[in-house]
Ligand binder design. Structure first.
Ligand code: TYM
Length: 343
């Protein structure tokens, strides 16, 4: 933690959009690392960011289902709802309230520079929702309404976390306070950017048209093994050193996935499998992936049958979250100059 943050309780916040199709990238880049940070030296808050999801159209029935499914995914992967605070964003209104303040702190130019805005809005920016442009200010609010000091994410979120720091700096500067921490991104491990199984130059993503490009957390053991067996590779055996993967994105991706699932490094994987053919490596990776992922999909399916329990967990999570967020919002309003209710 930086000295700037020494005054703040070590607290982790991170979020995932409940827009359906949780995949191996979400698991290795985010959820698995959320589990690892739980109970270490941090208070941990994990969020289904439903307000973010609606920046592009979501069918309401699907959104409800996907939010509960994401909650089931968190728990099945090892998030303990007692140890961590597990919430859906819309039940903690302070996220959206602080986001409005940040909309007034952030500059249009900052938002327009975001690569996610450019990618998602495409050429027709006039037709994109205003929410899609403002999205990073809500994300900054998600984090800073907890005074979170650490945010574990995959590499694609790095730019948004830099913007979160810029918003905190500008707010603190404009109002002459040291109120918001400068949050540290935690982008670590072998799989901060899991690539498509069909094209090593593209990120694994729920929006890829080919289901063979990704492993979904709802896939059963057969589907997981089949997708790994069919993953695109080149004809060469695995190299003897890591440098040999530099120009081989598909091979590098599979090595990174193996390393992250086995909780080791890409170096260690190459030390074990260097010189071997994919005919040997892929079945080993498939076995490992099935061993690690199949129990998660089974448990997710079981939890999805217990909707009342999931809803209770989210209600309780929101109550606990608001014990943190309400005082921080109150203090923010005070700093900004809002007249509070008379006691
Ligand atoms: P989202 O929902 O797109 O992704 C959730 C998390 O999964 C990671 N991820 C990946 N990691 C490695 N390889 C991949 N192929 C891959 N695809 C996705 C993402 O980096 C992310 O960590 N804006 C965020 C949600 C958000 C948030 C927050 C995150 C809203 N508020 C506050 C942290 C803190 C998003 O759209 O993630």
């Amino acid at each position: 933690m930086t000295d700037t943050n020494a005054a703040f309780t070590p607290r982790v916040f991170s979020g995932i959009q409940p827009s359906g199709g949780l995949h191996l990238g979400n698991y290795l880049g985010a959820i698995k690392r959320f589990v690892d940070m739980q109970g270490e030296d941090f208070q941990t808050v994990y969020c289904m960011v439903d307000l973010h999801a609606i920046t592009v159209w979501q069918n309401p029935t699907d959104l409800r289902k996907n939010t509960r499914e994401l909650c089931a995914g968190f728990i099945a992967a090892g998030i303990d709802p007692e140890q961590s605070i597990l919430i859906n964003q819309s039940q903690v209104p302070e996220h959206a309230q602080l986001a409005w303040i940040f909309n007034c702190v952030a500059r249009m130019g900052w938002m327009q520079r975001m690569t996610q805005w450019k990618d998602k809005a495409g050429k027709n920016t006039q037709n994109a929702s205003l929410g899609l442009l403002a999205y990073p200010a809500l994300m900054a609010a998600d984090i800073l309404i907890y005074h979170a000091t650490h945010v574990p994410v995959g590499e694609d979120q790095k730019q948004h976390l830099e913007l979160t720091r810029d918003i905190a700096i500008k707010f603190n500067h404009d109002y002459g306070v040291e109120f918001f921490p400068l949050t540290e991104p935690v982008i670590e491990g072998a799989a901060t950017r899991v690539m498509s199984l069909r094209d090593g130059s593209k990120k694994m993503s729920k929006s890829d048209a080919s289901d063979m490009s990704r492993i979904n957390l709802t896939d059963d053991a057969d589907a997981i093994a089949q997708k790994i067996r069919k993953a695109r590779t080149d004809p060469e055996p695995l190299p003897e050193t890591l440098d040999g993967l530099a120009e081989r994105p598909e091979a590098r991706n599979l090595v990174n996935i193996y390393a992250a699932l086995a909780e080791t490094t890409a170096d260690a994987v190459i030390a074990e499998y260097g010189g071997q053919q994919f005919g040997t490596f892929k079945p080993a990776l498939a076995d490992l992936a099935v061993e690690r992922l199949a129990p998660i999909s089974t448990e997710m399916a079981r939890l999805m049958g217990e909707q009342d329990e999931i809803d209770r967990i989210l209600t309780r999570g929101a109550e606990r979250a608001r014990e943190i967020t309400a005082p921080i919002l109150k203090k923010t309003y005070d700093i900004v100059g809002m007249v509070p209710p008379a006691i």
